[in-house]
Structure formats: structure tokens, C-alpha cells
Design a protein around this ligand. Structure first.
Ligand SMILES: Cc1cc2nc3c(=O)[nH]c(=O)nc-3n(C[C@H](O)[C@H](O)[C@H](O)COP(=O)(O)OP(=O)(O)OC[C@H]3O[C@@H](n4cnc5c(N)ncnc54)[C@H](O)[C@@H]3O)c2cc1C
Length: 394
């Protein structure tokens, strides 16, 4: 692993942090939590504004080949994510920039690259991921929504579920059955579609935090041009696997935890309970120290994943390991914070809410990343089989 940065990269890292620091100062008041951008129009507009600011600077295309507007490598992208994570600025469409763009670069034909990469780089188009279905999550290949080719189009029917941000997204990428009679894993295609196409209906799933981030999406005879395919017809499973590796990288999550630990340390130093600063409580000290160790280890693992991807590796085992490790630290951190904050930790919209109510929200949201992007049980299966060479379980 080689973490030596060039002078130019060091300078760019400073710029990433400076711009994100300024954006953090003007974030909307209810900008809180993992899915902050879906907390109403003001948050969405702020998210788009940040994304466009980054797009203008070329930062959404950092690790792309120069011919498509790239200006750096995976380490630049990692540093940019660090800055966004630390300052709590999403400002990057994870679906478009983090997942779809590198997948198109690997598996898309030239026309798909020329058509879809520029609006991702400029943040003109925001995306959502249309994969999971009511009866197909972990076992995604058992999905039943169909895309049947008729002339120069696919006609889609079926339903997706848990589609994060479908109500805000301009376009969606999804996987559908294009050869219903063919063998599992050999019957799927990866398609791109305008979310305003007639026949698409998006319905919000009421969620416990009150943040309307997640949706069901229904397809009734939705016509999608055949040229919107990525990869080969019926070869969608290979594209799914490419995208999954990019989906599970996650340094911004790690950096938001670095910031979380820092703020908890400050809170402990400034807050007294029973006449004593919390920072002198031996249990709090010990748990915070343990979390700091884990967060630092997570940061190193995130760098390793980026380094492997920089060398052109898919880093499947490492990405799965990172996904499990980061999400479970996120849970431990949220559990610790709400324990330590006591009853006030359960308050958000109030002057009594400590640390702007962040941990009330995180407590309810922290499990999300243990499920989305493939559950942690599935990641452990991948590590056991692909990483450790243990027999594959059906
Ligand atoms: C908040 C949230 C946001 C999401 N966002 C999106 C999105 O934007 N787009 C999208 O397409 N999907 C999204 N998802 C869906 C997510 O990818 C699925 O929920 C996930 O893959 C699990 O699938 P499932 O819910 O069908 O659970 P199931 O697959 O039914 O799993 C149920 C339980 O069984 C376990 N299990 C299943 N199979 C195995 C096995 N072989 N070995 C061991 N354990 C197993 C699982 O780990 C889990 O604990 C989101 C989910 C959530 C909760």
C-alpha cells in the first residue's frame, strides 16, 4: 500500500477541506443524519448546490480517465470523500458518482460513456438504484420484474422496493429479467432510465425517523430505449457485481465517524455530571478510546480499498470487509453516544437536544448501512467464500 501523496495531491486535499468547511457553515438547520438531503426541499436544494459546486471544480470525476474529464486517481477521490464526510456534506450523488460512473467506465460502450458520464460529472443528473424487490434482496438474482425487448425498446413491468431517493432522482439504473425462461444469473440486463418515463410510479415508504428517503417504485409498461443498456443483454449479473464493489467502499462514512468521535470528546470535556466532567468517568473514557481505535483502523482499511482499486483491482473481499466493519462501528458509536448523552440523547427538535440532535437520528439510522448495499451476513458469506476460499453455500 502506497500512501505517499504528490505535492499537487496535498494541495488538492487542502482545497477539498476548505470548500467543504465553507459549505458546512451554510447547511440548512435540519440537515442531520445519513440521508440529510431528503429532509425536504431546502435540504435537497442544498445537496444539489453542493454537488454543482463540486462538479464545477471537476471533483465529481476525480478518478476517471482524463479523456472523460478525470484529473486524479482513487486516492484523490478518497481525500475528497474524507472532506465531505468530516464536514457532513453529502454533495455527491453516491448512486451516480460513486456507483454508476465507475461501472459505466468498466462495462459501458463508448456511446453510453459519452452520453451518461458528463451529466454525472456536472451534477446535472442525479440517480437512484432500482435493484431490490419485495422478494429479492440478498438473493437479488431471483428478482421477477421483466424488461421484454420489443423492436428498439425494452418494456418494463414489475416493482422495486427500498429505492433510496427515487422521488428526487432524475434517472435510475436497474436490473431486470430480459430472458424469463433462461437460467438464473444468465437472464438479467442492466438498464438506465429517465424516472419521468410514463408508467413509472414512485410511492414513499413511511420511515421511523420521519425522513421520506425510501420508496417503492412500480413499472407499468415502461418503454426504455434499447441503447440504454450497460453491458450485454442477459449479461447484467456481471455488471451488478462490478457495481457492488464500488458501492461498498465507504471512506465518507468513516470520516463522519472521526468527526463524531471528536465532537463526543469535546462534549465530555465540556459537560459535568454529578459535579465531575464526563471526561473523568473511567467507563466513558475506556469506551471512547476503544471507538477511536476502531475508527482509526477503519480509516486505514478504507485507504487500502482505494489503493487496491487504484491498481485496477475490484477489491471484492476488502470492500465487503470494509462494509461490515464500518457499518458495525457506526452502530457501536451511535449506541455509545446515546448511552452517554442519557435521556437528552433521545431529543432532537429542542433546545435541550445535545449536539444538535445528531445522535437521536443516528441511533435510528445506524443499522441502515448494515442492511443496505447487501446485508452484513451476506458480506460475511462473500468474505468466507471469495476471500478465504471456503466452500460456497447455496
Ligand atoms: C434503508 C434501506 C435503504 C435501501 N436502499 C436501497 C436502494 O436504494 N436500492 C435498492 O435497490 N435497494 C435498497 N435497499 C435494499 C437492500 O439492499 C436490501 O434490503 C438488502 O439487500 C436485504 O434484502 P431484503 O431486505 O430482501 O432481506 P432478505 O434478503 O430477505 O434477508 C433477511 C435476513 O436474512 C439474512 N440472509 C438472507 N440470505 C442469507 C444467506 N444466504 N446467508 C445468511 N443470511 C442471509 C439477511 O442477512 C437478513 O438478515 C435498502 C434497504 C434499506 C433497509
Amino acid at each position: 500500500m502506497n500512501f505517499k501523496l504528490t505535492d499537487e495531491q496535498v494541495k488538492r486535499r487542502g482545497e477539498f477541506f476548505a470548500v467543504c468547511r465553507e459549505l458546512e457553515k451554510v447547511k440548512p438547520p435540519n440537515w442531520v443524519g445519513i440521508e440529510a438531503m431528503y429532509r425536504g426541499d431546502e435540504c435537497w436544494e442544498f445537496h444539489r448546490h453542493c454537488a454543482k459546486e463540486f462538479g464545477k471544480r471537476g471533483w465529481l470525476a476525480l478518478a476517471w480517465p482524463a479523456e472523460y474529464g478525470g484529473m486524479g486517481d482513487m486516492m484523490d477521490k478518497v481525500m475528497f470523500s474524507e472532506a465531505r464526510g468530516y464536514h457532513g456534506i453529502r454533495g455527491m450523488d453516491v448512486f451516480g458518482v460513486q456507483m454508476l460512473a465507475p461501472t459505466i467506465l468498466h462495462a459501458g460502450n463508448e456511446e453510453v460513456k459519452r452520453r451518461f458520464l458528463p451529466p454525472i460529472a456536472s451534477a446535472e443528473v442525479m440517480w437512484c438504484e432500482l435493484w431490490s424487490e419485495p422478494d429479492a434482496g440478498s438473493d437479488l438474482a431471483s428478482l421477477t420484474s421483466t424488461a421484454i425487448k420489443k423492436g428498439n425498446e425494452y418494456v418494463i413491468n414489475g416493482q422495486k422496493i427500498w429505492t433510496t431517493g427515487a422521488h428526487r432522482a432524475d434517472w435510475g439504473f436497474g436490473v431486470f429479467k430480459t430472458a424469463p425462461e433462461a437460467k438464473k444469473h444468465h437472464n438479467l440486463s442492466f438498464l438506465l432510465m429517465d424516472m419521468k418515463t410514463p408508467g413509472i410510479t414512485v410511492r414513499s415508504i413511511p420511515y421511523m425517523t420521519g425522513n421520506p428517503a425510501y420508496n417503492e417504485v412500480f413499472f407499468d409498461d415502461v418503454h426504455v430505449p434499447a441503447e440504454n443498456i450497460v453491458g450485454q443483454e442477459n449479461g447484467g449479473w456481471a455488471v451488478v457485481n462490478i457495481l457492488a464493489g464500488f458501492e461498498r467502499s465507504g471512506i465518507d462514512q468513516v470520516m463522519s465517524m472521526v468527526r463524531g468521535v471528536e465532537e463526543l470528546v469535546k462534549f465530555c470535556n465540556e459537560t459535568k455530571r454529578g459535579g465531575q466532567p464526563l471526561s473523568k468517568d473511567p467507563i466513558i473514557r475506556s469506551r471512547l478510546a476503544q471507538l477511536a481505535i476502531e475508527v482509526e483502523a477503519a480509516r486505514t482499511l478504507a485507504y487500502r480499498i482505494a489503493d487496491l482499486q487504484n491498481q485496477g483491482e475490484m477489491a471484492l473481499m476488502d470492500a465487503s470487509a470494509g462494509k461490515v466493519f464500518f457499518s458495525e462501528i457506526g452502530e457501536r458509536l451511535a449506541f455509545f453516544a446515546t448511552d452517554m448523552l442519557g435521556p437528552y440523547g433521545q431529543v432532537r427538535h429542542s433546545k435541550w437536544a445535545p449536539l444538535s440532535g445528531l445522535w437521536e437520528d443516528m441511533y435510528q439510522e445506524c443499522f441502515v448501512t448494515t442492511i443496505s448495499m447487501g446485508t452484513n451476513e451476506i458480506q460475511r458469506n462473500i468474505i468466507a467464500w471469495y476471500g478465504l476460499g471456503l466452500p460456497r453455500m447455496k
